[in-house]
Design a protein around this ligand. Structure first.
Ligand code: ASP
Length: 601
């Protein structure tokens, strides 16, 4: 990249090569490291583009600059003028793109000194994340973090260019708004002018993008911040970014094809990798039955096999009396010790299982664990699972929901622990035909699996009038998720565009007419005035960048992230506000302000 020349520099610190030898240049940046060899002082000068070695030799720069160079310390900001010089062959540094040259400094200007920093970019691994977040501006000086930020910028640019070329308009939607049900808690903002009333921060721009379709905008996109006040989880931020998309006069296949084109371009430009064309589709029911998850990691097999029928042929009560029995064959799992498999059983209890039955496949047949109960079905078991010598068979016997949860999680855990999943490959799949509604056992009512604006499949519309739980549970929706390596990177749906269907869905969800009017009156009203068939999707930008960069910490792809408990350790938010502000916002605080938090990163 060519820097515009300024009074401080003519080139970046990552730019100069052998071909520049002999040029007089100016560089500016931070002192990354310094070595004082008495007669010669070596400095690695850093900016976001790289490192360049500077040499201060009193013969070239004069005694005054040489003396000054000996005072330079980590993270001071300097500008130098000097001559690009070839390094002797034995002095070249093959690890640095600028490693063939160095700058023989003629003039030095100290632009700013640095106090001793709490850590230098090279030390980040030995430093707690709390300290890194408190001094985020220092942490962001690391090359890796700069690469995360530049990748993020490149990806959003591809998104804007690609979709712009296809006729999408980026349209901003409000941040101070009304609740949008995406299934999380809202962040709320008190209104000063309307005492007692509150805005909600958007969980997504869902209703606005649908209203833009009613407005005739046809193709909308936005790279947009969303806010969900959810309980802490390591890979989640309460404030996150989505690529939000909506289109009119389309079917599922149209949106899928555009998003595939976009993802293909991103993978090609950022990683130089291809994505299968087309990406395969998998029914939600298949994903649950075979992988125990609606976001299956398809980099490896270990499918769930249903053996409920075989279980009946044994005398093993735990299997015989269970609603469902399933098994996975874990390649190479036979080497796990009794202690390790016992620990797995304990772990499985965390997912609602009563335990975990296991046995090993040996040359002589099944051995150890529940082998003795399985003798009558051993041959059929091995045939059905395709298990090989050295495999571990893990069984779950319970209600389908628990069987799928436990074995789905176990599959992922063992793939991780036994390093079964290749780390550099990408396995893509669209999961389609989700159930439209889920029954919430605690609240004894249905909720929308995606969101309440998702259209049921055409063939299932008739079932919306039913009051029978099983019939309602069998309604499928026009929702789809894009999944890579077991991570859901996006999801969307074809929407309901007719008032009466939307009303029926609201009623089914237990939202009565008064509540419909109060919460969604504006949507129902808009649908009365000619809404085109429409649908869309949202991709999680933070997660996408994590996958592209192979990073597991979501905070590393966000410039100024929050801790898991929602704190910004650098600026110290959230923080109490003073009485005057509280009065103006018509708020009275009934609990004392929290003590300074113990950071949880
Ligand atoms: N609004 C949805 C979400 O944020 C995405 C969509 O349906 O387009 O998950």
């Amino acid at each position: 990249m060519q820097f515009s020349q300024t009074r401080y520099r003519t080139h970046s610190c990552g730019q100069l090569r052998q071909g520049d030898v002999g040029k007089t240049v100016k560089l500016a940046g931070w002192v990354h490291s310094y070595r004082d060899h008495g007669g010669l002082v070596f400095i690695d000068l850093r900016d976001r583009e790289g490192l360049t070695q500077l040499v201060f030799d009193s013969e070239a720069c004069g005694q005054a600059y040489h003396d000054e160079s000996r005072k330079l310390r980590s993270e001071w900001v300097i500008s130098v003028t000097g001559v690009v010089t070839a390094r002797g062959p034995s002095l070249m540094n093959a690890k640095l793109p600028t490693g063939e040259i160095e700058i023989r400094v003629k003039e030095l200007e100290v632009l700013s000194v640095s106090a001793t920093p709490p850590f230098t970019p090279d030390e980040h691994e030995a430093v707690s994340e709390e300290k890194r977040l408190t001094h985020r501006y220092l942490d962001l000086r690391r090359a890796e973090m700069q690469l995360n930020l530049s990748t993020r910028y490149r990806v959003t640019k591809i998104m804007r260019d690609f979709l712009g070329d296809q006729g999408f308009w980026e349209i901003e939607t409000p941040i101070l708004t009304k609740s949008t049900p995406e299934g999380a808690r809202d962040f709320i903002v008190p209104s000063r002018l309307m005492a007692g009333s509150f805005y909600a921060l958007p969980q997504s721009p869902q209703l606005f993008k649908q209203l833009l379709m009613v407005s005739g905008c046809d193709k909308y996109m936005q790279i947009v911040r969303c806010f969900r006040d959810e309980d802490p989880r390591a890979d989640r931020q309460a404030e996150f970014t989505q690529l939000d998309v909506e289109m009119s006069f389309i079917d599922r296949e149209n949106i899928i094809s555009i998003m595939e084109g976009l993802l293909r371009k991103i993978w090609k430009e950022i990683l130089g990798k291809e994505i299968p064309d087309p990406i395969p589709h998998m029914q939600y029911d298949d994903a649950m039955n075979k992988y125990g998850s609606d976001r299956p990691d398809l980099r490896f097999g270990m499918q769930l096999h249903d053996i409920t029928d075989l279980a009946q042929q044994t005398d093993f009560g735990v299997f015989k009396n269970a609603a469902m029995v399933k098994v996975i064959a874990v390649p190479g799992g036979g080497k796990l010790s009794r202690k390790e498999t016992d620990a797995l059983a304990e772990w499985a209890k965390g997912f609602g299982a009563k335990g975990l039955a296991v046995t090993k496949v040996t040359a002589a047949g099944l051995d150890t664990g529940v082998a003795k109960f399985l003798a009558p079905i051993a041959a059929k078991l091995i045939e059905r699972t395709g298990a090989k010598e050295g495999d571990l068979l893990c069984f779950a016997a319970d209600k389908p929901r628990i069987v799928h949860k436990v074995l789905g999680e176990l599959r992922l855990k063992l793939a991780r622990d036994l390093k079964i999943a290749p780390s550099t490959e990408f396995a893509w799949v669209w999961v389609v035909d989700f159930p439209a509604f889920e029954f919430d056992e605690e609240e004894k009512r249905f909720s929308a699996t995606h969101h309440p604006f998702t259209s049921p499949l055409d063939g299932d519309m008739g079932k919306l009038d039913s009051t029978d739980r099983a019939t309602i549970e069998s309604i499928k929706s026009k929702a789809y998720d894009i999944v890579v390596n077991g991570s859901e990177v996006g999801g969307g749906s074809i929407r309901i565009h007719r008032t009466e269907i939307q009303q029926k869905v609201f009623s089914l969800l237990g939202i009565d007419e008064a509540a419909q009017k109060l919460k969604f009156g504006f949507l129902l009203e808009a649908l009365r005035f000619g809404a085109p068939p429409h649908g869309g999707i949202a991709l999680g930008l933070d997660r996408l960048i994590m996958i592209l960069r192979g990073i597991s910490n979501i905070r590393d792809v966000i410039a100024f992230p929050k801790t898991q408990s929602g704190a910004d350790l650098m600026c110290g938010s959230p923080s109490p506000i003073d009485d005057r502000q509280l009065r103006e916002a018509n708020i009275r605080v009934v609990t004392p302000p929290p003590k300074a938090e113990t950071p949880k990163t």
